[in-house]
Write a protein that binds this ligand. Structure first.
Ligand SMILES: Nc1nc2c(c(=O)[nH]1)N[C@H]1C(S)=C(S)[C@@H](COP(=O)(O)O)O[C@H]1N2
Ligand SMILES: [Mo]
Length: 452
């Protein structure tokens, strides 16, 4: 028996899930005559919060050019404001819609517990600290650093307690790394097709973290590196956040006890004054308000690794400790909710990352995966950090399906939904790294779709 999607009938597009017939239908819908959509696109753009229109209008310049260049504005004639002698700088008031947001689709109890970073509005690879995504299992705190302590215990010569000042006296390292919640893009498993890249991929951020390698603190406490094959990291908030970290990762020197984020102390929402940085590993292991590290000889199977953050596989078994965030990418412009105001040149831009190392290449398709072109990777390309890619595109005004596909330096290639579901089934919540598709409709409106 054939299901509708295989019958060869052309399904009405756009749907949020497109098979090959659906993709063909989208392209078949493209009309040769370009409709006058610019006015409606303007209206759509004006009515949309948080998803800026892509291009400035491209009005036909008045005869003799744009007079605005000759009309001197107020700020070219008068005295500007004095320096902000004191205080903390803020973005321009014209950028007020660049905000973290809570997903309207997520169940909320007494308070929100996730906010998403506005990836559609960001450039380069660093997430401004005030826009870093947030995930709190039991709310956040602004912890007094003078009263905060970090204990190292378990398989050590002598348990040791550090103050924040003592940690900040030690030799430090500063490195750029992404942190991605294991549940990022989770709603797409069910093809919820949330509207914007902020909600599909906004549980990722990238910062320069400064801190002390955890191995240094373990050495100071006289840890038994032979028997001690794992550590338990524990947070000081009410969520009893405890996660097992393999000692091999720690011995590599990559895991740090961080106090710095983008040149200043961590933000309270990010775990001020101390958080664990576990490059390449899902966010839940980056324990915030870090208060204790216990050295042990086997995994603890704590609640957040035995019951949560596990992947239900097609054979009915659960995958545990699946912590590495595999290679993934997403086009952030143009992306869902944005509007292309006219045909012509666009810079397709996006982010790629791998929890196993560096991004080696990103390919971009504008026809739903039939043809691919290699994007430019912007420097720096750093290990276990976001990498920015860009590629030129001239939109012909017809429907297009934009995708990006990243490859990392282990040779691993980001999977399609079909490939991912073949291995992982359909009942996961976490670790969705499938290729994202954005449908550019002939109206210029961009929409989240899935392509099999
Ligand atoms: N102490 C503590 N650490 C925590 C959490 C928490 O609720 N409490 N949440 C974890 C989860 S699930 C994620 S994804 C990241 C989120 O970090 P962020 O809020 O800085 O983005 O922190 C992790 N560390
Ligand atoms: Mo998370």
């Amino acid at each position: 028996m054939q299901d509708a999607s295989r019958s060869g009938r052309v399904r009405k597009a756009p749907e949020s899930f497109l098979n090959r017939d659906g993709i063909r239908a989208v392209f078949a819908q493209a009309k040769a005559d370009r409709r006058s959509f610019i006015r409606s696109a303007f209206a759509a753009a004006a009515g949309m919060a948080g998803a800026g229109a892509l291009a400035q209008s491209n009005p036909v310049p008045a005869e003799g050019g744009d007079p605005n260049i000759l009309n001197l504005p107020e700020h070219s004639r008068g005295l500007g404001q004095g320096v902000a002698v004191e205080g903390y700088g803020k973005p321009s008031r014209f950028e007020a819609n660049v905000q973290r947001r809570q997903s309207p689709g997520l169940t909320q109890t007494t308070q929100a517990s996730v906010s998403f970073a506005p990836l559609q509005s960001l450039f380069g690879i660093v997430t401004p600290s005030g826009l870093h995504f947030e995930r709190h299992h039991q709310g956040w705190w602004d912890v007094d650093p003078s009263r905060h302590r970090l204990m190292i215990n378990g398989l050590v010569k002598a348990a040791k307690v550090f103050t924040v000042d003592e940690i900040m006296r030690l030799p430090s390292v500063s490195r750029f790394h992404f942190i991605e919640c294991g549940a990022n893009t989770g709603m797409e498993w069910g093809n919820v097709a949330v509207p914007t890249v902020q909600y599909t991929h906004g549980m990722i951020s990238c910062s320069e973290f400064t801190g002390v390698p955890l191995v240094t603190l373990l050495e100071m406490a006289g840890a038994d590196f032979k028997k001690g094959r794992f550590v338990l990291a524990e947070g000081a908030d009410g969520s009893s956040m405890t996660r097992t970290i393999p000692m091999d990762l720690i011995k590599s020197g990559e895991v740090t006890v961080a106090y710095g984020q983008n040149g200043e102390m961590l933000r309270p929402e990010q775990g001020y004054p101390l958080r664990l940085v576990v490059p390449g590993v899902q966010g839940v292991s980056w324990v915030k308000y870090l208060r204790r590290i216990e050295v042990g000889d086997m995994p603890w199977a704590a609640k957040d690794e035995a019951v949560h953050y596990i992947d239900l596989m097609p054979d009915g078994l659960h995958r545990q400790y699946s912590g590495i965030q595999e290679c993934k990418s997403v086009v952030t412009t143009p992306s869902g909710g944005q509007v292309l105001l006219d045909k012509g040149f666009y810079n397709i831009s996006g982010l790629a990352w791998s929890g196993r190392g560096k991004v080696k290449a990103v390919d971009v398709s504008v026809d739903g995966g039939r043809n691919w072109r290699r994007a430019r990777l912007e420097t720096p390309v750093l290990s276990k950090a976001l990498t920015r890619f860009n590629i030129d595109w001239v939109w012909d005004g017809k429907p297009a399906i934009i995708q990006s596909r990243a490859t990392d330096d282990t040779g691993y290639v980001q999977p399609t939904y079909k490939q991912l579901r073949t291995v992982r089934g359909t009942r996961s919540i976490y670790h969705n790294n499938a290729i994202q598709s954005w449908l550019v409709q002939d109206s210029g409106e961009v929409k989240n779709v899935q392509v099999s």
